[in-house]
Design a protein around this ligand. Structure first.
Ligand code: RAT
Ligand code: ZN
Length: 443
């Protein structure tokens, strides 16, 4: 059947979208309105005080933009790091937005945020933009951003060894219910020697050499923090040469402490694989790179631990097809997101199509990785657009193959992709839409 033939077919009142144009309209409307559970961010609930970042100076100091600044400016690293945050933001605005056209994903993101808020995207300085943000109340602004981005729930990244957040957790203040915790294990699994004194300072009897007591104390540490944070999952970022099993502190801690704790608390482990930290240390946080990893390691973990569940994302584009194939073999593996350097339209488009072809709707297409609240306004707009294109093309292909879909079916699929698959995976329950057709998230 050609597109014209599809266009010519009329929709009957059985709710089926038999017409390509009508199908496109349904997909666009459903995806644009779909509430999102953002399953991996670096955002913080307002209760975490200064960790809750928003506004133009934070937006411009995003490490993705800092990396881009040094491609366009002759400023030295030392000089840049010696500037105040406002001076850094001014410099980035001038170099990337005034003196050149903001075409990269990260620069377009800032433009999309300003435009959504009705601010001047061609301003030559930041005076008026700063005035706008100064006039916002943090609470109202949070509500406004969540509403505009249709993000109903946010998952944070919570490090139990970071004093800037542990004081909030220990204060037992009630954290905004729109924010969920995720317990991050990077320090424990990737820099054990740094973790030891910090865990000891919290009263856990651990030592550099991994012995029985260190394992049981690490488990006690994780049990206590799980009780305090009530995380939706435990997570870690891993290098491209990550392997398992391995006779290293990470291998032992993973096998004897982390995986047993996950099983005991029925929590998933999120593996974010492929980062090469600090390949240019002078860039600080902006200095990380990536490498192709071995997906067989994940397949092995899934095979050896059928009673554990893994949320998995890879940073290298080259690993994406292999991840889909591994997920076809192991239903305790949930691929998620287009992480970091992959969070660009051309790559999201390719990965999402590949995943739909190999996995149907049984994956989590995206997370924002937002560090600054306002970023939700562009990251989700951009991803929704690309995911809508990929879904539309799949439904159109299905129509050609002989089956039309209803709007209700499109809603069911989109609900799974934008919130349902994650919510069910971590035990939050299905969003109501799957049963009732009304999209609402219950606590
Ligand atoms: O995407 C990012 O902002 C990175 O800096 C990382 O934080 C990465 O997402 C991670 O979670 O390690
Ligand atoms: Zn992240």
């Amino acid at each position: 059947m050609t597109t014209t033939q599809i266009d010519d077919a009329t929709s009957k009142d059985d709710g089926l979208a038999r017409d390509a144009r009508e199908l496109r309209r349904h997909v666009d409307e459903v995806i644009a309105a779909m509430p999102v559970t953002d399953m991996h961010t670096h955002l913080y609930a307002p209760q975490f005080g200064e960790l809750n970042l928003w506004g133009i100076d934070e937006l411009l100091n995003y490490h993705y933009l800092i990396a881009e600044l040094f491609r366009s400016s002759t400023i030295t690293y030392e000089k840049f790091w010696g500037l105040s945050k406002t001076q850094q933001a001014d410099l980035i605005w001038r170099a990337l937005f005034v003196e050149q056209t903001p075409l990269s994903e990260a620069t377009r993101g800032v433009i999309a945020v300003l435009s959504t808020l009705g601010l001047n995207t061609r301003a030559t300085d930041l005076r008026e933009t700063r005035e706008f943000f100064r006039a916002q109340s943090a609470e109202d602004y949070l509500a406004r951003v969540l509403k505009l981005s249709r993000v109903s729930e946010v998952v944070m990244t919570n490090d139990p060894l970071d004093e800037s957040e542990t004081c909030t957790w220990k204060s037992e203040v009630k954290v905004d219910t729109r924010f969920h915790a995720a317990l991050r294990l990077d320090r424990i699994l990737n820099s054990w020697t740094d973790a030891v004194p910090k865990m000891s300072a919290q009263g856990y009897q651990v030592q550099s050499e991994i012995d029985e007591r260190t394992i049981s104390e690490t488990r006690r540490f994780l049990d206590d923090w799980i009780a305090r944070m009530k995380p939706l999952y435990l997570g870690v970022s891993l290098p491209d040469d990550f392997t398992y099993p391995e006779d290293t502190p990470r291998g032992r801690l993973l096998r004897d402490a982390v995986l047993p704790v996950c099983r005991e608390h029925d929590l998933s482990l999120s593996l974010m694989i492929g980062v090469r930290r600090r390949i240019n240390p002078a860039l600080r946080m902006a200095g990380d790179g990536l490498g192709r990893a071995d997906v067989n390691v994940v397949a092995h973990l899934c095979a050896e631990n059928p009673d554990a569940r893994f949320l998995v994302t890879f940073l290298s584009r080259e690993n994406q097809h292999e991840l889909c194939v591994a997920a076809r073999k192991f239903n305790n593996l949930m691929p998620f997101g287009c992480w970091w350097f992959l969070n660009n339209a051309s790559i999201i488009s390719e990965i999402t199509r590949e995943r739909i072809e190999l996995l149907g709707t049984s994956f989590i297409p995206q997370h924002s990785d937002a560090r600054v609240l306002d970023q939700l306004l562009y990251k989700w707009t951009h991803s929704r657009r690309v995911i809508a294109d990929a879904l539309y093309e799949s439904y159109e292909g299905l129509l050609r193959d002989g089956r039309a879909v209803t709007r209700r079916e499109i809603e069911r699929d989109a609900t799974k992709l934008f919130s349902g698959n994650f919510r069910q995976w971590v035990g939050l329950g299905a969003p109501e839409t799957i049963e009732s057709g009304t999209v609402m998230h219950t606590a």
